[in-house]
Design a protein around this ligand. Structure first.
Ligand SMILES: NC(=O)NCCC[C@H](N)C(=O)O
Length: 326
């Protein structure tokens, strides 16, 4: 278990930058410890010694959020901490203060920052190194790493182990798909297929990065665009809403390009043994039918609950230990 979070601290080139920005940054062991701890908290939310007691977490969300914001706020409180919550227009960033100066101030007052903001992940790294505090990427345009931790933990809870799992992701190659990809390739013998509409796939640069790790672990990632290119057997069918936060699509009739990926009973009948996962929010009628989302094979609501317990695992791992403790 990552007891103090020190092993998660910092990228090699910048010792003062710390936190979780992308699952591609983590070592296998670090990610697996977070996944394992998320599952432990799922079973027993009181199994901790209030690692955030006396600590204050900043919760900065300039984009809409139901699960992630609630999960991290609840997690901080459950772990004994206190929170300050910032919405989209609260900070002087709005009036032109620099990201670096904002980070400097945060670092003098907060112990950790959880942030979902517009712009590249580099801004979160600036907040971290300028303030000297860990920052959690609570979803950015590139990746949704804490969703990835939650997803792996949910799969682990259901299947027992992640090695050898076969996953079919269906939908836009969005931030959750990127996190899922970078997360799964920490395990061995994974078969991940990304079934995405042409022009809406996981970016090639992310695939190249993930495939390098996958190759070392006997895992594979394929991105395909036609339904008949999907594998015959999978353990998980994973989908997400088609309209990703903060993005727009060039084609006004884009739904027509996605329609063939609508997951209903007939779609799921191709993989009778597979469970269904969804990062939510669900748009019934778009990416999924009510029948499937609410059906026996859906893990979506367990997955939503795992958002909380994985947030607890992340905060516990990243927070500096109290004086006198380890
Ligand atoms: N579970 C979540 O964090 N849901 C929020 C939206 C996720 C989705 N990938 C999006 O970008 O719209």
């Amino acid at each position: 278990m990552v007891a103090t979070g020190r092993s998660l601290l910092g990228l090699p080139e910048r010792a003062s930058e710390s936190g979780i920005f992308s699952l591609a940054d983590l070592e296998d062991k670090e990610l697996d410890q977070l996944v394992h701890r998320s599952r432990e908290f799922f079973t027993d939310r009181t199994g901790h010694d209030e690692p955030l007691r006396g600590k204050i977490a900043g919760i900065l969300f300039t984009k809409t959020s139901t699960r992630t914001r609630t999960a991290f706020t609840t997690a901080a409180l459950r772990l004994g901490g206190q929170v300050i919550s910032y919405g989209p227009h609260d900070l002087q960033l709005e009036t032109g203060e620099s990201v670096e100066d904002t980070g400097r101030v945060f670092g003098r007052m907060l112990d950790i920052l959880v942030a979902r903001t517009a712009g590249p992940v580099a801004r979160l790294k600036t907040l971290s190194w300028a303030g000297g505090i860990p920052v959690v990427n609570a979803m950015g345009q590139e990746e949704h790493p804490t969703q990835g931790i939650c997803d792996l933990a949910t799969m682990g809870l259901h299947f027992g182990a992640l090695d050898g799992i076969k996953v079919l992701y269906v939908g836009e190659g969005n931030n959750s798909a990127v996190a899922l990809t970078h997360g799964l390739v920490h395990y061995t013998g994974i078969e991940l297929t990304l079934l995405t509409p042409p022009g809406y796939g996981v970016p090639e640069a992310e695939l190249v990065r993930a495939r390098a790790r996958a190759a070392e672990r006997g895992s594979s990632i394929r991105q395909v665009h036609a339904l008949d290119e999907a594998p015959d057997a999978v353990d998980v069918v994973y989908t997400a809403r088609w309209q990703t936060t903060g993005t727009s699509k060039p084609n006004a009739n884009w739904r027509e390009e996605f329609r063939y990926l609508h997951i209903d009973g007939a779609f799921m009948s191709r993989w009778p043994g597979a469970v269904l996962m969804h990062d939510l929010p669900a748009h019934r009628g778009d990416e999924i039918s009510s029948e499937v989302l609410e059906g026996d094979r859906s893990l979506a609501w367990t997955q939503a609950e795992m958002k909380l317990t994985s947030a607890m695992a992340v905060l516990e791992a990243l927070i500096q230990p109290r004086q006198g403790s380890q």
